[in-house]
Design a protein around this ligand. Structure first.
Ligand code: THU
Length: 136
């Protein structure tokens, strides 16, 4: 699975977003260490704080299946499901990534299309973060 394919998996999954309140649709495709891919969408709730982001949906599906090693995540989104700009992960999702990923290794792909994306590491998006090592 290359980067373009991972981005395409996120784009293909975007119609599954459940966002009747914000109407901002987000989708993510998470590449695991074993090559498997887990997708996720944002799932909103009438009680707004119960909403979960696309990135965490993907991580929680994968972790539920026993996955613990991750290589990269592709993220896309936009108003009414139309991608017009790069969609960056929120702070809570960055912290969930920090729990399971090596900050200097894990790649985050913010995509408008398979050919138009920005790539950064978790270290760049969450510098000097708090992680499992701090509790050893
Ligand atoms: N959202 C995500 O799913 N991921 C992000 O990276 C940013 C925000 C969702 C949460 C909410 O359903 C909607 O986008 C508007 O904030």
């Amino acid at each position: 699975m290359d980067k373009r394919e991972l981005i395409q998996a996120a784009i293909d999954n975007l119609p599954n977003a459940y966002a009747p309140y914000s109407r901002f649709h987000v989708s993510a495709a998470l590449l695991c260490g074993d090559g498997s891919v887990y997708t996720g969408v944002n799932i909103e709730n009438a009680a707004y704080p119960a909403t979960v982001c696309a990135e965490r949906s993907a991580f929680f599906k994968a972790v539920n299946d026993g996955k613990r090693e991750f290589e990269a995540i592709a993220i896309c989104g936009g108003k009414a499901g139309v991608i017009t700009d790069f969609c960056a992960p929120c702070g809570t999702c960055r912290q969930v990534m920090r729990e399971f990923c090596e900050p200097e290794h894990f790649r985050i792909l913010l995509a408008k299309s398979p050919d138009d994306y920005r790539e950064m590491t978790l270290e760049q998006l969450l510098p000097f973060g708090f992680g499992p090592d701090n509790l050893l």
